[in-house]
Design a protein. Sequence first.
Length: 359
Amino acid sequence: MRKLKNSELDRLSVEEFKTSEKTPLIIVLDNIRSLNNIGSVFRTSDAFLVEKIYLCGITATPPHKDIHKTALGSTDTVTWEYAKDTMEVVEKLQAENAKVVSIEQAENAVMLNEFTPEANTRYALVFGNEVKGVAQKVVSASDMVLEIPQYGTKHSLNISVSCGVVVWDVFSKLKALCLLLFFMLNLTSCSETPKSYELSQTEQTYLNRVIDSMYDLDQGVRHGLGKIDSIYGLENGFVVKRHIEGKGALGDKFENYTKSIDSVLAILKRNDSLNSRKLINLTKEYGFPNNKRLDRPKSKSYMIFVHAPKEHFKEIDSLIKGEYEAGRISEYKKEYIFWHIKSRQGLPPTSGENGEAIW
């Protein structure tokens, strides 16, 4: 396994960042005293395409060497604005129909892991002072309060850590929600006949980002199954044979294990169906987006079809035959997909030097 070079990270330029579509997230810093923390928030905001940062009260503003030390240039990409009074920013954002969310430990707070964002909603996340937290008047005026669940002795996190945890969690949930809505809106929108199979640079970039997101969903839920197995001291993949051996191996824990697994499997089934439908539509419009056409080392698209549920088998069968004839999918990958849609009867085809499946 090799570490990637900076040139391999698909990083946006400052100009591309400025013009790219932003995550509907705004960050409000309420009297943050540490300049290093401020810089870290800028860096996190750059990573997840945050719309804007409001620096309020005693919160320092760029340019400053101590902010730059942790921001690493992200003050040049992320839009920011200074305001003397945090409450004025809160009222302004609420007037613009943004939902103001204080990150704090408070009565009736919603635990972060239980929070589900709403569609078509902008969220303004308020992070407070390192000692006093978010001001009470701001908490009282907020539309809701989110709390990061903690299980140790301190129940206290540095504001830069809190920001990273919350922004990533909300970003990933918004991303999944946007993909879900995007899939639903595009179920029948793609033409039955392709407009063009020659990918432009813009189309290649678009397809890579969409398929990366689809694959992240695909693998994220499957990793969740493995984590549940590890919690119960089982080898990854044990879920497949749980009904045969599970009860004897887990004893009294079997029922709780099964409930945990079944909840994840329900999400997995929904994600696989959405991913399959979207990839079918993308293939009809652009041709099968294999790794060579996308200039990527691995064929994530192929793996998505290998995880397709039964309701898509007939359409995938017809589609893949046409893509194989057109030379956009290899013999091996065609046969592997066919093995899957024929209910995985018998051994799967192999292609690696040692008989292993390959990407």
